[in-house]
Design a protein. Structure first.
Lengths: 429, 485
């Protein structure tokens, strides 16, 4: 029953993807071409493979996780195609790779479940830190970091004249969630109970918290060094949030807020580009042609979209800088209007509801922390970039999960939801 | 452990709530401001690609239309089949240089509101026609062409008006330009070149530039004298060789530096038809600055002309400026010194005389029709102001007819038609004079007969030329074209 509901919804997302690409073609006078066929084919294969794997290895998984994720992927894919049709080939391959990785992950976890991952937690921590360090490799090496828009968070692998580039931080994010969930599941009681008195404040035993602080600090330092402040903020939220839910102690979010604020002030003090972003957040019109340009172009796009939107392929989202990555939401809001924008935000909110629901239902501590951590990270990522576009926060250069152009992000987020789906299978009511 | 999860989930949902509020604010509340912000490139790009309504003349010639792009049927390109002929009256709608002429002032009518505004969507759902409306001009294409050909080779302007309605029959300004070239691939360089040219082809001289009206202003001086009653059609004036101006060594001379006519005295009728500066200088001194400026403003000087296009204001100095400057009063009475008028203003002066003293509001838009051809608005002629009484108008009409039959305007005569007119040769300090002709016909036409009032202004004429020899023949060509059908 649940699986056929999932199948029906997934088929609907395949149709949405194909029809969206067709609509973009119609808008510029084209018709049903190879792009429509390829879209239908690739989405069918990717979604079909995930669905079959779920049926086989996680049959009791929540049936709405993948339809929601694939719906967002489809809308993002259509908008990427609309912005630059040359980009979709990579996006199609990324979807296939993501699906293959998802199938492989479900297969790997088929017998022991996500508990299997606990065995490798320090390996994951090590791998995550290594991945976060990769972009610092000097250029000239076959595998080296590259700087994009002032942030060094990409890695390029060059062999001869062939190359591939990816953002290791996206995968590191998932590995860190798994590490943290395992670690906290083991230590949460000790961390919550064993306390020291510091004057009138009771603080946790440093020994218990040590590895968490070290992991958080290390990744934070690395990301700040790479000038990827959006991801740093996301990782910080992840560490604070997961520690809080594992220990139920308000001291973590409170201390986290103080630390975060201090870190923000320090970043403002020491990084020019943070100052620029902060000013362009408060007064984007002061430097219309410069630092305020992107945020204002985003608002122009959203405002021009109005209630019903310009229609797919009929707006001018190409006027927004980085429309296919960070600002894809503004592009969608212009072409699909208020309805589309609310639909996107609602889809993420529904995903959050599903995720937290799974965490609440889980009885085992590890599953609880893992599910909550996964959904916290993916929704916070969406919220951070959406809040940047909508001027609730300064713009931080992170991708909108599932929708932004970028293979690493798509693959990592599919893996993230695969884990959540597997958890939901294991905590079935 | 569920407590913290619930609290985290709650915070996340509060954040989603904030995002929904923010998107509502930016897209719905202030969205229209962002959409219409002049720095939003969509405003320009959207307008440029949009379908604009068709513009046709009253006799059915297409002046402007939108042609859809062969590659993308939703993108339109503006086309002006008559090229330079309507470059000032209709103007242009371009991406690079904005809009001008009727394309600018009637943009609300001509641009389709097929957009995603809430009202637009509701209208579309209600089946309301949201394709742009078209405009029928009052201009007669045949007459416009005749005027265009008549003025060819000169710098200047022609305005022809139906005096009984105010409908513009022709409007030409020279030099001109081809609006199609402001849309093509080399639009930028063409537009920059036009803007840089010293002869200012982008300027609509018919309505946007003021010139000393010279002797054509004598119609207003005569009107003031007749209305005030001190002068009647039969009054005679002394006829000196030149008029000494009080308080200065300056004098007013007649054209050719001689006596006007041969007699020692001269009638107002003769003084008008021979364009005697001495006589009108005297009249000016007699009636004074107050009456002169009052009559000029009765004809519309110093006022914004109610019109489809933006016009420059014609002007005469204020009474205060004339105080203790009697020479200025006398010189203003013959349309010199600081008196300035647009060609359309002087066409309205002729039209007032033709229409029993009433000036009708000029208009260029005859009617507006929707995409199904249904007329949605039809312009009703309305009086703008009363310039003079019918009896004064009749007297002026008689003087102006003499000007054609036995005076300076004889080259504007049209065989078989009673034409009335007045010439002018306005001195421009430091440059060649400007030639004027204003007039109308037929004189004393029976009700229902088609009438025309005209103003011709030619800048910077050759040495020896006058309004009578340069402007009057051009007017005649237009009048002949008007009366030939």
């Amino acid at each position: 029953m649940t699986r056929s509901a999932e199948a029906a919804l997934l088929i609907a997302t395949v149709v949405v993807a194909g029809m969206g690409v067709a609509l973009v073609n119609f808008a510029s006078g084209g018709g049903l071409d190879a792009q429509v066929a390829l879209t239908l084919l690739v989405f069918s294969i990717a979604i079909g493979a995930i669905h079959m794997a779920v049926r086989r290895w996680a049959p009791h998984a929540n049936p709405f996780i993948f339809p929601l994720a694939m719906f967002l992927t489809a809308i993002g894919f259509i908008e990427i195609y609309r912005l630059d049709s040359r980009l979709v080939s990579i996006q199609r391959w990324s979807l296939l790779v993501g699906a293959a990785a998802s199938v492989a992950l479900l297969y790997a976890l088929r017998d022991d479940g996500v508990a299997l991952l606990r065995r490798f937690r320090y390996l994951f921590l090590f791998a995550a830190v290594l991945l976060l360090l990769l972009p610092l490799l000097p250029s000239g090496w076959p595998l080296h970091g590259i700087e994009v828009n002032g942030s060094r968070l990409w890695v390029k692998l060059e062999i001869g004249n062939r190359y591939a580039s990816f953002q290791p931080g996206e995968v590191a994010k998932v590995l860190l969630i798994v590490f943290l969930a395992s670690y906290l599941a083991e230590r949460h009681i000790a961390m919550a109970i064993v306390q020291r008195k510091l004057g009138r404040l009771s603080i946790p035993e440093p020994r218990q918290l040590g590895p968490v602080i070290i992991a958080a600090g290390a990744s934070f330092v690395i990301l700040v060094y790479q000038r990827d402040l959006g991801a740093a903020l996301l990782l910080f939220t992840m560490f604070v949030g997961m520690t809080y839910l594992a220990t139920s102690r308000m001291v973590y979010p409170l201390a986290g807020s103080v630390l975060g604020l201090a870190g923000g002030l320090a970043a403002y003090r020491f990084f020019d580009h943070v100052q620029v972003r902060f000013h362009s957040w408060l007064n984007p019109w002061d430097d219309f042609a410069g630092s305020g340009f992107q945020i204002i172009q985003g608002l122009f796009a959203i405002g021009s979209g109005s209630l019903t939107g310009a229609g797919l392929g009929s707006g001018r989202p190409d006027l927004i800088p980085a429309a296919e990555t960070d600002f894809i939401f503004a592009a969608v809001a212009e072409e699909l209007g208020f309805g589309g924008a609310v639909g996107i935000i609602t889809a993420y909110a529904l995903l959050a509801a599903l995720g937290f629901g799974i965490a609440l239902r889980a009885r085992e501590v590890f599953l609880k922390i893992l599910a909550a951590g996964l959904i916290l990270v993916v929704t916070m990522q969406a919220i951070l970039i959406l809040a940047g576009i909508l001027r609730l926060l300064p713009v931080t250069g992170i991708t909108l999960p599932f929708m932004s152009y970028g293979g690493s992000s798509l693959v990592a987020n599919i893996l993230l939801l695969t884990l959540l789906a597997r958890v939901s299978h294991e905590v079935r009511p | 452990m569920n407590g913290p999860i619930r609290r985290i989930a709650l915070s996340i949902f509060v954040l989603f709530g904030l995002l929904l509020s923010a998107v509502t604010y930016f897209q719905i509340v202030v969205g229209p401001d962002y959409r219409d912000n002049p720095r939003n490139l969509r405003v320009i790009a959207g307008k440029a690609g949009k379908e604009r309504g068709i513009i046709v003349t009253i006799d059915g010639t297409v002046i402007a239309r939108s042609v859809s792009n062969p590659d993308d049927s939703r993108v339109f390109r503006r086309s002006y089949p008559e090229e330079n002929l309507y470059s000032h009256a209709v103007g242009y709608a371009t991406l690079l240089f904005g809009e001008s002429g009727l394309e600018e002032t009637q943009a609300d009518v001509l641009v389709s509101d097929r957009d995603s505004t809430i009202s637009g969507v509701i209208q579309a759902l209600l089946g309301k026609n949201i394709r742009p409306e078209g405009i029928v001009l009052t201009i007669n294409h045949r007459l416009q062409k005749a005027a265009y050909e008549a003025i060819d080779g000169h710098t200047g302007a022609i305005v022809a008006i139906d005096p009984t309605t105010g409908a513009i029959l022709a409007m030409v300004s020279k030099p001109d330009f081809n609006p199609n070239l402001l849309l093509g691939t080399s639009a930028g360089s063409y537009g920059d070149e036009l803007a840089a040219r010293p002869d200012r082809p982008l300027l609509n001289r018919a309505i946007r530039e003021v010139y000393a009206p010279g002797s054509t202003f004598k119609v207003i001086t005569a009107a003031a004298a007749l209305e005030n009653g001190t002068v009647g059609p039969g009054t005679t004036f002394p006829n000196p060789v030149h008029l000494n101006l009080p308080g200065t060594s300056a004098t007013i001379r007649n054209f050719g530096r001689s006596r006007c006519g041969s007699e020692a005295t001269i009638s107002l009728n003769e003084a008008m038809s021979l364009s005697c500066n001495t006589t009108f200088g005297m009249i000016g001194l007699e009636i004074g600055a107050g009456q002169l400026t009052a009559m000029a403003s009765a004809f519309g000087f110093g006022l914004k002309i109610p019109f489809d296009l933006t016009t420059a204001e014609s002007s005469i100095p204020t009474i205060a400026a004339f105080e203790n400057d009697l020479p200025a009063v006398a010189q203003s009475a013959i349309g010199q010194r600081d008196v300035r008028a647009t060609p359309i203003q002087m066409a309205l002066v002729a039209a007032a005389v033709a229409n029993d003293g009433w000036i009708m509001s000029p208009y260029l838009t005859e009617k507006i029709f929707d995409s199904s051809g249904e007329v949605t608005r039809h312009t009703t002629p309305i009086e703008w102001r009363r310039a003079v009484s019918p009896s004064t108008a009749e007297a002026l009409s008689g003087f102006m007819e003499s000007t054609i039959t036995s005076g300076t305007g004889n080259q504007a005569a049209v065989p078989g038609i009673r034409i009335a007119g007045k010439t002018g040769t306005a001195e421009v300090p430091g440059a060649s004079p400007n030639a004027w002709f204003i007039g109308f016909g037929p004189v004393q036409a029976t009700t229902g007969t088609a009438k025309i009032a005209i103003a011709v202004m030619i800048e910077d004429i050759e040495k020896g030329g006058t309004g009578g020899t340069v402007a009057a023949p051009i007017a005649r060509e237009v009048l002949e074209a008007f009366f030939s059908d």
